[in-house]
Structures are given as C-alpha cells and as structure tokens.
Design a binder for this molecule. Structure first.
Ligand code: FES
Length: 136
C-alpha cells in the first residue's frame, strides 16, 4: 500500500485559474488536499526560480495554471509562461527531476470541474512517481 502523500505547489493566475479553484471550493467539490496554492496575478509572473525554490523546499510536484491562450489579462503572459516552462523542463531533466513533476495547464474561471480533474490527475501521477529524490 502506498501511503505517500505528495506535496504539490500550485501557482494559479488570479484572473482565471484561481477563480476556477475558488469556484470549486464554493461548490464544495472534493479534490485531494495535497496542493498548496499560491495566487499570482498572471502565469507570466511565475519566475522559474519560484519553481526551483518549491522543489528545493520540499515540493514533490509543481503545477502552473493559467488562462487559456488568448484569455490572458496581460495579453502574452501565458505565452511567455509556457515558453519558460518548456525550457525549465529541459533543466529539470538535467537535474534528474522527472518532467511530469512540473505541469503547465489551463483553467478558466468557469472551469472548476477541470481544475478538480487536473489536481486529481497531478496527485495521482506524483503518487505513482513517489517522493522526489534529493541529494543531501
Ligand atoms: S492573467 Fe491569467 S495567465 Fe495571464
């Protein structure tokens, strides 16, 4: 039996994804409590250093949730964010961190069910991977 409960840090953009998560909370949707949510004004605000810091401080996974393409309130923030994410995945690979541990996805303000599905999926994937291996 796997008792591992992953710690996941979620960076959610204020305008879409955080609102979607809030809606899931208001609807009393049930999803795993493994995600610590950090609200950012835009996914474009998520500096790769934030993600590296989350892993360094004990996160087993990180998820960045953004407005859908074309819906970013700052026009191109989510495009920049996904480009950075692609680069970061290469770096994580070189550090021996599986790319599945760092996910980028889209959730709009009305997509509370999508938010719940993504969180359930992410928790399941990280449980499967197990705790992140850290060199001490
Ligand atoms: S405001 Fe949501 S991703 Fe930019």
């Amino acid at each position: 039996m796997n008792n591992f409960e992953p710690k996941i840090v979620g960076f959610l953009c204020n305008w879409c994804s955080y609102a979607g998560a809030d809606k899931a909370g208001t609807a009393q949707s049930i999803y795993p409590p493994n995600v610590n949510i950090i609200k950012v004004m835009c996914s474009g605000r998520v500096d790769p250093q934030f993600i590296m810091k989350a892993f360094e401080k004990g996160a087993d996974g990180v998820i960045i949730l953004a407005c859908h393409p074309g819906d970013c309130h700052y026009k191109e923030g989510n495009f920049r964010a996904i480009q950075r994410h692609q680069l970061l995945l290469k770096l994580l690979g070189q550090l021996g961190i599986e790319k599945e541990r760092c996910r980028f996805d889209y959730v709009s303000a009305g997509e509370s069910e999508r938010f719940v599905l993504i969180i359930k999926d992410m928790v399941s994937i990280i449980k499967e991977l197990g705790p992140i291996k850290r060199s001490s």
